[in-house]
Design a protein around this ligand. Structure first.
Ligand code: UDP
Ligand code: MG
Length: 322
């Protein structure tokens, strides 16, 4: 049975890669259609995340030239995760399953076949996992893999070396829609949904044009977002740290009292000064981390929309072509 597949591809200033990406994906879809794997109502949807270049003009043209292409325009830049969620939520009612991927095709599109095969075998969530990432810079590789380790240590369930290249069934997407949080970290939220899941391995290629939209600063912010959205361990760790510090200072007090009564009084202002600084620093750190969580509660309490769709171009299968 052919399935109706939608691709959700967030794009931010991707004019350099879009035409080539569209060409390659159209070729892939033609093959899948010929093989009877997908229906004629399957679509490739680009989500323009408030780009400042001609990205939307290109998407608009692709849609007019070929109903295979759909487009969603966000009213402004909301970041990769929000754009992706917008795509998933907008498309879920039209598709049997949606595959999310990046516009730069760093993730091998030939893994789509294996994903669809697993989906047809009854799997709801298929994670694309990078088997090797030699093409990434050593720095990107080390930081990214360190990140997955830290996440794991903090108790957040993330699939190792899986970015946002994944297939989700309509049922899984409907479940994801029940998560109303605005602090989005999709690759940590999807495992929470449950349902049968599996992985597909592929090799990661270099970006074929344009440059990464994730500089170090954004990457660090993203990692922090992931940790604080999924884990309250930092707060717990601080509590233990505070307790340990308190016990140590009690020990010190006893030690100094013994010194005092045995007549070995120390001048000791240096140890005082050091401990004032240590405790002061720790307190500020602790307040800072707690503050980060309060900031998140503040954002969640506001319930602001996570994205705003300005235009949605799509040719529904029934009214459509062929
Ligand atoms: N992206 C987006 N909004 C942003 C930043 C990035 O939609 O604010 C998209 C971007 O167009 C790409 C994907 O997110 O399709 C991943 O970005 P990129 O390839 O630059 O990240 P990297 O692969 O270097 O981690
Ligand atoms: Mg990329």
């Amino acid at each position: 049975m052919p399935v109706t597949l939608y691709l959700a591809i967030p794009c931010y200033n991707e004019e350099e890669v879009l035409p080539e990406t569209a060409r390659r994906l159209a070729g892939k879809f033609a093959m899948l259609l010929a093989a009877g794997t997908i229906t004629a109502g399957s679509r490739i949807c680009f989500i323009d995340d408030g780009s400042k270049d001609s990205t939307w003009a290109i998407i608009d043209r692709l849609h007019r030239e070929n109903p295979l292409f759909s487009g969603i325009k966000l009213s402004r830049n909301r970041g990769h995760q929000n754009a992706l969620l917008c795509g998933l939520m907008t498309l879920r009612s039209r598709a049997d399953c949606v595959i999310s991927m990046d516009a730069d095709l760093q993730d091998d599109i030939d893994a789509i076949d294996a994903m669809l095969e697993k989906f047809q075998g009854g799997i709801d969530v298929v994670y694309g996992v990078r088997a090797q990432r030699e093409t990434d810079t050593a720095f990107k590789r080390v930081t990214a893999q360190g990140f997955y380790r830290v996440m794991k240590a903090l108790g957040a369930e993330v699939v190792f070396n899986h970015a946002d290249y994944r297939l989700m069934s309509r049922r899984a997407l409907d479940a994801l829609a029940e998560y109303p949080e605005v602090n989005l970290f999709l690759r940590g939220m999807v495992p929470l949904v449950g349902y049968p899941s599996d992985v597909v391995y592929y090799n990661r290629a270099p970006r074929f044009a344009g440059e990464s939209k994730y500089p170090l600063k954004k990457m660090l912010a993203f990692a922090w977002e992931g940790i604080t959205s999924l884990s309250v361990k930092p707060i717990k760790l601080i509590t233990w740290l505070g307790l340990t510090m308190f016990l140590v200072s009690m020990g010190m007090l006893i030690w100094f009292l013994i010194r005092h009564f045995t007549g070995n009084t120390v001048v000791g202002w240096s140890s005082l000064a050091v401990s004032i600084w240590a405790i002061g620093g720790l307190q500020l750190l602790a307040i800072g981390i707690v503050g980060q969580y309060i900031g998140k509660i503040y954002l969640e309490a506001k319930h602001r929309p996570r994205y705003q769709v300005e235009v949605f171009l799509d040719t529904p299968a029934e009214s459509g072509e062929k």
